[in-house]
Design a protein around this ligand. Structure first.
Ligand code: UD1
Length: 305
């Protein structure tokens, strides 16, 4: 919402705050409400008129999606249906949806293009794929235009350092490393025997500011052209777990205690995006492809710990 405001848009953030933080809402209006409650949605859409909706309100913890799939099908799928219902009812016809590389599962080809087969390997990835499929059906039935943005490994923080302390419960690699550095706890590498240059998994980390830019470009494109679109968002450049650990030490000036552990079930060795479609059709070009910059911005965002 910060970037949208900078570009002159009026925004309303709607969030239950069950996992989010109001500290992220630095511009525009904030409405506390729950996608599971149709009354909250009716009140929101009765009070405001919207040109477009950006839907980020999903659970994203892959491990939790395996142990508690009902939470994921309820929040990520069923609650999305509530949102689509009110959008159709009120004639709001543009949706930008946060999808994920998890829709592809273990890749057959690297880098991954958008037409790669969909074989999600966990409930989280399945919920994202189901919503993408629902969006296709809603376009045919109701003319709802949508753009699904398939994030690879989102990383970083506000480059200006204004938005802080929102990702304290995240258990992705970079937040774990930074939290453990602060509290002098060891970081476990999940597998050191992968067929990669240093034996650890390679991922395509993409700065959240670049993701935010892509959302605005996607919204403009959708409002002009309509349709049902999907784009990969990544740099197409991979970093191994060991490279991420090295960069974290360089950026923080502190030493990470490292434990070499077993592979985590369901981890592909390498995930890399082919994001040339977003470049060609949206004019998207990531501005912060450097891993050190992503880690520095993430580090600044957890300064109070
Ligand atoms: C996963 C999803 C991705 C989703 C993201 C959000 C898949 C294939 N990918 O990414 O779509 O958007 O979660 O949560 O389902 N690692 C360690 N030690 C740790 C933590 C992680 O070695 O303590 C390694 C992992 O094995 C992995 C890499 O670091 O190789 C990145 O892990 P993580 O940050 O959890 O993201 P993904 O699993 O890649």
């Amino acid at each position: 919402n910060k970037l949208l405001a900078q570009e002159g848009y009026d925004t309303v953030v709607f969030d239950s705050l069950s996992r989010g933080s109001p500290s992220t809402v630095v511009k525009g209006l904030f409405v506390k409400g729950d996608l599971s409650n149709p009354n909250d949605l009716h009140a929101l859409f009765n009070q405001h008129t919207f040109d477009a909706v950006m839907h980020f309100a999903a659970y994203i913890d892959v491990g939790e999606s395996v142990s508690h799939p009902e939470l994921y099908y309820q929040n990520n799928v069923s609650n999305t249906l509530n949102l689509l219902h009110i959008m159709v009812k009120k004639g709001v016809s543009n949706l930008i949806f946060s999808s994920s590389a998890a829709v592809y599962g273990i890749p057959n080809t690297i880098p991954i293009q958008e037409d790669h087969p969909f074989h999600p390997i966990n409930p989280y990835g399945r919920t994202k794929l189901i919503v993408e499929q629902i969006l296709g059906d809603y376009e045919k039935a109701y003319g709802l235009h949508s753009c699904s943005l398939r994030y690879f490994n989102a990383a970083g923080g506000d480059p200006e350092g204004l938005i802080k302390n929102y990702n304290l419960k995240e258990n992705n690699l970079i937040p774990i490393i930074l939290k453990n550095i602060k509290s002098s706890k060891p970081v476990t590498i999940f597998g050191t025997d992968y067929p990669t240059p240093d034996g650890t998994c390679v991922r395509d980390y993409i700065h959240v500011q670049d993701l935010a830019e892509a959302h605005i470009l996607a919204m403009k494109h959708l409002m002009k052209n309509g349709g049902v679109k999907a784009y990969n968002l990544g740099n197409g450049k991979g970093f191994s777990v060991r490279e991420v650990l090295k960069s974290a030490e360089k950026v923080t000036g502190l030493t990470v205690q490292i434990q070499e552990g077993q592979r985590r079930p369901g981890d592909p060795a390498i995930l890399l995006a082919d994001a040339s479609k977003a470049a060609a059709e949206l004019g998207w070009k990531p501005q912060y492809p450097q891993l050190d910059r992503m880690i520095a911005d993430a580090w600044r965002a957890i300064d109070h710990l």
